[in-house]
Design a protein around this ligand. Structure first.
Ligand SMILES: [Zn+2]
Length: 536
């Protein structure tokens, strides 16, 4: 009976991903699938003794940007070491395709803050499937479930033009979206704070998202505003889902800025009400009080129109500078005033390829020496010019109790909002890139008891897999794909910090992707059994 098994996991406490309490069982794996769950006697090619450990479905991370760095880091070190076996990619309106060759340089600029700066991508693809063929050909250690980015689609058609889309342009955008969905995309993401996505009116997004309904595909949104206009932005997201009858995922849900802390009670209530009306809306959250994005997200949308070069020109222009400054100081800027939300001392520089000495420093530290005028804004504009507008940042703008409120909600799953990196890659990325899932299980389950172990595992397995519509993943079930994580519930913890982020977690002992071991006794094996998954 057991001679056909590749792997036998013996005697673990199996949390099957449903949220049920653990059951003691062996798991037999063969041909990439879970063949048996129960008492299994006999031998397999490899036996993992799991007594005292939790054996769970591999984690399905509903919100990552791994597509932007996976070619440079195909072993997905920072992810598989956390137990993540499937990553949903293409979030926040950002995806590597579709590509309009005429706008390729604009696309590179759009994505550049998130790409690996010294890696040669080649840019030989046009469609989503061509891009993911390249990823699969190279090999990848985890499964990827792609979304297509609305910002990438709009840029292919209209560049960084902030104007309204014409009927012809809308038709082309719909066609690009439809093609991506036919190629297997699980849905469309928006990043309504990032140009050119931010130039889209609600009506434009409503119309485009109509295409999703025909495919039963997901609308995932980085909303237009997560701070002062959080409630209005959620209304917009609900409307886009409700008018089209499409499922909505509110990405990395938060209330940014002290003045808005506590608003998540209202937003979660609004989501419950929308669900009562039949809108399938959910949200996700990462277990940290700091966010991370590109430094240009601090500037108003108008200052970024036309791309980075135009933005740098404006930063040298007296009038544009004073207009920007007035928006910040009087708090009248269009878009989110993230400087107000986090404060100069709450903004840390992540990766700054041109001037690495700034990495890990706060803007307050950087600007203190810069501005003889006693005017941080003038110093800030000068500094942005110095670095060519190219840097990532970590922003401390959330409230711990809000994070816990969202994590505990029945509507939320837990996500990383990170990207693949590896020790030695440099920079000071947000620690979530290495720590999200062990932090959930160590800090929030074991230490602070914010949620139960069963519920935490459910939120990062069957719930996220179900929201995406993944087939045969997210549960420990006979016949399902053998994506499995074995961890020590009494030891699992994140080690990555803001000061020292390139640290693997502890307590994740084995990770299996499609029946192959990618982490063995806490060490990477270098195997690349991952697949690019397709909807349906
Ligand atoms: Zn985002």
């Amino acid at each position: 009976m057991t001679e056909e098994l590749d792997i036998l996991i013996k005697g673990g406490n199996v949390l099957d991903g449903t949220g049920n309490p653990w059951l003691r069982a062996d798991i037999g794996i063969g041909g990439g699938k879970i063949k048996r769950v129960g008492v299994i006697s006999g031998q397999a090619k490899e036996t993992i003794e799991a007594s005292g450990f939790v054996v769970a479905p591999g984690f399905v991370d509903l919100h990552t940007h791994n597509d932007l760095t996976i070619l440079a880091h195909p072993n997905a070190e920072s992810y598989v070491m956390q137990g993540v076996t499937t990553a949903c990619v293409g979030n926040c309106g950002l995806s590597m395709a579709p590509v309009n060759p005429a706008n390729l340089n604009l696309l590179k600029r759009y994505l550049s803050p998130f790409l690996v700066s010294d890696f040669d991508y080649g840019w030989q693809w046009k469609t989503l499937s061509e891009y993911y063929d390249r990823v699969e050909k190279q090999g990848v250690s985890q499964n990827l479930a792609p979304l297509v980015g609305q910002g990438t689609i709009r840029l292919a058609v209209k560049g960084f033009d902030s104007g309204e889309v014409s009927q012809d342009e809308m038709a082309t955008m719909k066609q690009l979206l439809e093609q991506s969905l036919k190629e297997g995309a699980f849905g469309m993401s928006t990043g309504l704070i990032y140009p050119p996505g931010s130039y889209s009116t609600t009506e434009e997004v409503v119309e485009l998202a109509g295409v999703l309904a025909r495919y039963g595909a997901l609308y995932a949104t980085h909303m237009r505003n997560e701070g002062d206009k959080l409630l209005e932005s959620l209304e917009e997201a609900v409307r886009i889902g409700e008018e089209n009858g499409v499922a909505v995922e509110v990405s990395h849900h938060k209330a940014a800025g002290k003045a808005n802390w506590g608003k998540v009670d209202a937003t979660l209530r609004m989501m419950e009400q929308a669900r009562k009306r039949g809108v399938e809306i959910n949200c996700d959250v990462y277990p940290y009080t700091a966010g991370s994005t590109t430094i240009t997200a601090l500037l108003p949308a108008w200052a970024q129109e036309g791309g980075v070069e135009r933005m740098l020109e404006r930063l040298q222009d007296r009038e544009a500078r004073s207009l920007m400054k007035r928006g910040f100081v009087e708090d009248t800027m269009e878009g989110e005033n993230l400087i107000k939300a986090a404060g100069w001392d709450g903004i840390l520089i992540g990766a700054c390829p041109s001037n690495k000495e700034y990495e890990g420093k706060s803007l307050e530290q950087i600007l203190r020496g810069k501005s003889e005028l006693d005017d941080p804004y003038e110093g800030f504009f000068d500094w942005l010019l110095e670095i060519g507008g190219h840097s990532t940042m970590v922003l401390f703008h959330m409230d711990e109790s809000d994070v816990k409120t969202v994590m505990s909600s029945p509507l939320s799953s837990i996500i990383s909002d990170a990207w693949v990196t590896a020790p030695g890659a440099g920079g000071k990325p947000h620690p979530r890139v290495y720590g999200t899932f062990p932090r959930l299980l160590g800090k929030y389950v074991r230490e602070e008891k914010t949620l139960s172990l069963e519920d935490a595992v459910r939120k990062v397995t069957s719930m996220s897999a179900g929201k995406l519509g993944l087939q045969n993943r997210g549960l420990v079930r006979e016949g399902f794909w053998a994506d499995i994580v074995v961890f020590a519930p009494d030891k699992v913890i994140d080690k990555a910090t803001y000061d020292d982020p390139h640290q693997y977690p502890e307590g994740i002992n084995y990770v299996i992707v499609n029946g192959e071991v990618v982490v063995e006794k806490g060490m990477l094996t270098g195997a690349r059994p991952g697949k690019v998954l397709k909807r349906g």
